[in-house]
Design a protein around this ligand. Structure first.
Ligand code: GRF
Length: 317
């Protein structure tokens, strides 16, 4: 399996970054760390990452507006081909543009049991409130600060005489357990058949007048008029492959695609002679925009003229 490429953004000591990095070096890790970047060139975590052979990048945000600074970071993340971004003590509020472009692929760790205590001074606030437990959460990053869907949490008992520092020093142990596990599960999700089918379904059913129906045991998608334009293929006749079957213009295009990228494309056993193509979904790090484009192309080849005409008109605008 190809490993997912993760970039980590830090502003400080980077202990969570190191936890993610060392976990990535265990034999079964589904991800690798391809970059550690910081808005603070003095961040103590940077030389630690470099010492472990991880490329680093630092650029101060000072004197730059939020959008311009985030664009610099974004360019670095794209240059290393990052599939996911893990924020680990990154003390910058992100621009909406940056958040939108990494939506669903950017995680953060926060030292509280969210939704409690968003923002700073989480430990002090939980002690003053008399909570029995503090803890940490990993969540997906959305436009609102510390607000995205929670992916995992670990509670940490607040003990008598607790201070914010004593609590923080224990919560960080919990963080180091939680973050690598949640990130690994999140990345692995990208190869789970059920999750892959839900993604395919989301894109296929977003096309006009499309419905789903099982065909020879595989979920299939057809457009009104009854023509199938896509099948989700899971271990079909025990081939061990999870893939999406879509229509090409014919066997020539099919052959050209397989020739160009034989790891991604394959000739489906039963539909091959009619020019359908198989796209592997089980390698991790799927390019969903590309897959959505294929679904649309295949839909166009199958939809009645009345519908394709409408889409051509929409495209012209
Ligand atoms: C952690 O407590 C994390 O929850 C918060 O910032 C701190 C970063 O610590 N977001 P480190 O730099 O990972 O050691």
């Amino acid at each position: 399996m190809t490993k997912a490429k993760v970039a980590i953004l830090i502003s400080g000591r980077g202990s969570n970054m190191m936890a993610l990095l060392y976990a990535s070096r265990l034999p079964d890790s589904p991800y690798e760390v391809v970059l550690v970047a910081s808005n603070d060139p003095e961040a103590p975590g940077l030389p630690l990452a470099a010492a472990e052979g991880v490329p680093t990048f630092a650029h101060s945000h000072k004197g730059l507006d939020r959008v311009s600074f985030d664009a610099i970071m974004d360019a670095q993340l794209r240059a290393v081909g990052a599939d996911y971004v893990a924020l680990a003590g990154y003390m910058r509020i992100l621009s909406t543009e940056f958040v939108a472009s990494w939506e669903g692929r950017m995680l953060n760790i926060h030292p509280s049991l969210l939704p409690k205590y968003k923002g700073l001074d989480t430990h002090g606030r939980s002690i003053v409130a008399g909570d029995s437990h503090a803890g940490c959460s990993v969540h997906l990053v959305t436009a609102e600060l510390d607000d995205g869907p929670v992916l995992g949490q670990v509670p940490v008992k607040i003990v008598p005489g607790e201070t914010p520092d004593s609590l923080a020093s224990r919560v960080v142990f919990a963080e180091h357990q939680l973050y690598p596990k949640v990130l690994a599960d999140f990345v692995r999700r990208d190869t789970h058949p059920e999750w892959l089918l839900s993604k395919v379904r989301e894109f296929a059913l977003a096309l006009p007048e499309t419905e789903e129906k099982a065909s020879h045991g595989s979920p299939g998608f057809f457009v009104s008029g009854g023509k199938f334009f896509a099948y989700f293929s899971y271990n079909h006749h025990h081939d061990g492959v999870t893939g999406l079957l879509v229509k090409t213009s014919g066997v020539e295009e099919q052959a050209m695609l397989i020739d160009r990228d034989p790891d991604l494309y394959y000739r489906p056993a039963y539909l091959g002679p009619s020019g359908w193509i198989g796209i592997r979904l089980d390698r991790g790090g799927n390019d969903w925009e590309h897959i959505a484009d294929w679904l649309q192309k295949s839909w166009r080849l199958s939809a009645p003229k009345r519908l394709t005409k409408m889409m051509n008109i929409a495209d012209a605008f």
